[in-house]
Ligand binder design. Structure first.
Ligand code: ADP
Length: 275
């Protein structure tokens, strides 16, 4: 059952039917073909992403090898580049491991109560370290005691990806607001920034694996293009989805909600007496 505007891939098979007849079996394998294509693209992308930094590293190492007595200058220039490329590979491999861990862990225990405010306090400290160079004004507005059920490690990765993206992809000195607030029965996480924003044609593709608005800029930021794909995956496992509002020159907003853990209010003695 493929949409009308998509090409169908059909598989035909003839099997013996009775003594002299044959039965033609037609199977719609469009979906299988698409999955196969996604898998091939994924492998090609990973290989490409790993080869680029390796080529740089190899290039420098060869220059060094050819130079019998390399000048101090060559080493000094090469060192930070090699370090950056190594970190890039490391971050890509880590993101890939995160993605594969999420995909391979089947259901997991989604009934565990996660102390999100405690988690966000740690994240705030990490954000401050990351923010040293960019000097953004980052505000955290965390509602104490607002917990949800889910898988702590996965949720932490979703919060962290959205906050680090706001730091990485906005010009120095931007305003970033991170909030965790109760809205009726929901707990809402939101990261708003007043950065450069993203054009609509990119917004709808942001959560695709390896999709980057500006590859060069994203790579320079150590980005692998997997961050938002991980967020999307984590949220779908928690029956939630990422909501993105963004407009060029106006900034971006990334948010999602989860059912808030019920806090049973402790009744005072006077109320108990009335009840
Ligand atoms: P990466 O892992 O490379 O950081 P993501 O999947 O997290 O990739 O993000 C995809 C792209 O979305 C980034 O390359 C960047 O161009 C864009 N992006 C994400 N967050 C923001 C933001 N707050 N402001 C502007 N662009 C953003």
């Amino acid at each position: 059952a493929s949409p009308m505007n998509e090409e169908l891939t059909l598989e035909f098979r003839l099997i013996p039917y009775g003594e002299s007849e044959q039965l033609l079996i037609v199977r719609d394998i469009t979906h299988l073909k698409q999955l196969e294509q996604i898998r091939k693209d994924f492998v090609a992308n990973v290989s490409h992403e790993l080869r680029t930094p390796l080529t740089v590293l190899q290039g420098y190492l060869e220059v060094m090898e050819a130079d019998e007595l390399p000048e101090q200058g060559v080493w000094r220039k090469a060192h930070p580049v090699m370090l950056e490329q190594t970190r890039r590979m490391d971050s890509l491999v880590q993101q890939l491991l995160t993605l594969s861990r999420i995909e391979s862990s089947s259901r997991g225990n989604f009934d565990t109560v996660v102390d999100v405010p405690a988690m966000l306090v740690v994240l705030q400290l990490e954000a401050e370290t990351l923010n040293r160079e960019k000097q953004h004004r980052i505000q955290f507005d965390i509602e104490p005691g607002l917990k949800v059920k889910g898988i702590a490690e996965e949720l932490r990765s979703a919060f962290s990806n959205l906050v680090t993206n706001a730091i990485k992809y906005t010009p120095p000195g931007s305003d970033i607001q991170v909030s965790w607030k109760r809205q009726h029965q929901k707990a809402v996480f939101a990261v708003n920034d007043n950065g450069d924003g993203i054009a609509p044609q990119h917004v709808k593709r942001l959560t695709e694996r390896f999709y980057r608005v500006d590859s060069a800029r994203s790579r320079a930021n150590g980005g692998s293009g997997l961050g938002l794909a991980i967020v999307k995956h984590v949220l779908s496992r928690h029956n939630s989805r990422l909501i993105i509002f963004s407009a060029p020159k106006e900034g971006s907003s990334f948010s999602f909600s989860l059912p808030a853990e019920l806090v049973i209010p402790v009744k005072k003695k006077s109320q108990l007496a009335k009840a």
